[in-house]
Design a protein around this ligand. Structure first.
Ligand SMILES: *Cc1c(COP(=O)(O)O)cnc(C)c1O
Length: 493
């Protein structure tokens, strides 16, 4: 190995075939054993870099050596998001059809910035997003055959920024882009809204001071009366309210903002309503959960992440707008070198005008593979099953003497805590995660340390959730009986 080949240093198609099979085998083996690996990586900061050579190779290495180092140097530093015992944050799913679609996308190596740079890349994306509108019962205005349409963004963060930029331009008569801002535009989101909204407000130039953290009710959902009051105050002070982000399934507790109330208010006040359904939006595949999107007909834009709970590997956020002209007018810049006949004809979509980057990967391929492999029926089956398992977990928590539910659990996220106070819950979480058998994360609700268990990993089954609950109870019991009675000073960390 290592001798120079006639055509230079490239991997030949024959070699690619061989190594490619080895890689697919590696992934299949990984899926077979991932359940037995400690979910949360146990390395210390710097461990991974210490295992890597200081100098890059001058001479190319054999593929076998490289792949062996994946096991040796990289795997110890992996937190296994694809473990069925992963209950942390929100899931970041993958699946066989998705990985294979991704592989083909990499193989084709298409850069789909314009329709003309690969018509299939654009048209499959439009088509699959239209499918999703139908599959999820989303308002028809998000379909591309009217004046709206859908596009794949990298993340919900990117989608929210894109929505905010468009809202900003609509509110300034598209002058923000030309003249800059005068500090008067204001955006609104609940205090429970994902941090990506604050980031978007900063990037879009509104300024953090012009983002209002609207108060929530006892279910952690935005209070429409509080929003109305904030808007009124701002108008009185000469501010220009322009954007509201409502969330369907907040990251902290899965709270659902009341769109049927927020929507008419935004309409009346002429504010852009963006709805962020990053994880929970997937539930709308099942008619019985579609009520979470009641009021979405008032939204100017909507996004959800198939890369969270729809078995499609990162990155894949579906972003829908009711009026694509506003979006395109906000983001389109057409230099001479991108001019082409198809664009001039107006008959095609150029997705470069629908988001921040110019270049675009062929991301719809993996989504198409997923939808075709599972079918609507298959997707519904697994989403229902996850919700059922989470609900079952919630009722076990409810019936346990030493535990309590900390927030309503409408779908697949359960927020709960031991009744013994913050310290016991912090220790419980730490010990659970150290065990390697599960991975859970936490939040603060009503100022109390709260554990979150989200059932959404592709391969999570009933036994994994039951096992997790058993482990939670056992671990809590050992802490209760432990040498550090609650409330006493401890020497821990
Ligand atoms: C996860 C999450 C986000 C951020 O998702 P990215 O796609 O990683 O940007 C935004 N909003 C909500 C409600 C989320 O749960």
């Amino acid at each position: 190995m290592g001798e120079r080949k006639k055509d230079g240093f490239h991997m030949t198609p024959e070699e690619f075939r061989r190594h490619g099979r080895a890689v697919v085998d590696w992934i299949a083996d990984y899926y077979e054993r991932v359940e037995s690996l400690p979910v949360l990586s146990r390395v210390e900061p710097g461990d991974i870099r210490d295992s890597l050579p200081t100098e890059p190779p001058t001479r190319g290495e054999s593929f076998e050596t490289i792949l062996a180092d994946l096991d040796r140097c990289i795997l110890p530093g992996i937190t296994h998001w694809q473990s069925p015992n992963f209950f942390a944050f929100f899931p970041s799913n993958s699946s066989g059809p998705s990985v294979l679609g991704e592989l083909l996308s990499a193989g084709l190596g298409v850069q789909g910035m314009l329709w003309a740079t690969s018509p299939a890349c654009t048209e499959l994306e439009t088509h699959v997003l239209d499918w999703l509108v139908d599959m999820m019962g989303l308002p028809g205005k998000f379909r591309s055959d009217g004046i709206g349409g859908g596009v794949i963004q990298d993340t919900a963060s990117g989608a929210t920024l894109t929505a905010l930029l468009t809202a900003r331009e609509r509110a300034t008569g598209y002058r923000g882009n030309e003249k800059g801002l005068d500090g008067r535009l204001v955006a609104y989101a609940s205090s429970q809204t994902h941090s990506s909204v604050e980031k978007a407000v900063r990037i879009a130039g509104l300024g953090r001071e012009n983002l209002r953290d609207v108060e929530v009710d006892e279910r952690f959902a935005m209070r429409p009366d509080a929003l109305a009051a904030r808007i009124r105050e701002d108008r009185k002070e000469g501010k220009i309210p322009c954007f509201v982000c409502g969330t369907v399934g907040t990251t902290s507790s899965n709270a659902i903002d009341p769109l049927p109330k927020l929507g008419p208010l935004c309409r009346e006040q002429d504010l852009w309503l963006h709805v962020d359904g990053a994880m929970s939006g997937t539930a709308a595949l099942c008619p019985e959960f579609r009520h979470i999107l009641d009021g979405l007909e008032f939204a100017d834009s909507y996004c959800f992440n198939p890369h969270k709970w729809m078995f499609t590997n990162f990155d894949c956020d579906c972003f829908f707008v009711a009026d694509r002209a506003a979006l395109i007018r906000t983001l389109s810049v057409l230099p001479e070198y991108l001019r082409n006949q198809a664009t001039e004809s107006g008959a095609v979509i150029d997705y470069r005008d629908w988001g921040i980057p110019l270049g675009r990967r062929f991301r719809s391929l993996k989504l198409w593979f997923v939808i075709r492999h599972y079918g609507l029926e298959g997707l519904q089956h697994h989403v229902r099953e996850h919700v059922r398992l989470a609900q079952d977990f919630a009722s076990r928590v409810e019936n346990a003497e030493r535990f309590e539910i900390a927030a309503p659990a409408p779908l697949n996220l359960v927020c709960f805590r031991h009744v013994g106070g913050d310290e016991i819950n912090e220790r419980l979480l730490e010990q659970l995660n150290q065990s390697g058998k599960v991975y859970l994360t936490h939040t603060k609700l009503d100022d109390k340390f709260t554990l979150r268990l989200c059932v959404g990993q592709t391969h999570t089954e009933e036994r994994h959730v039951l096992q997790a609950w058993k482990l939670i109870q056992e671990t809590a019991a050992t802490i209760e009986d432990g040498s550090e009675p609650e409330g006493s000073p401890t020497s821990r960390g």
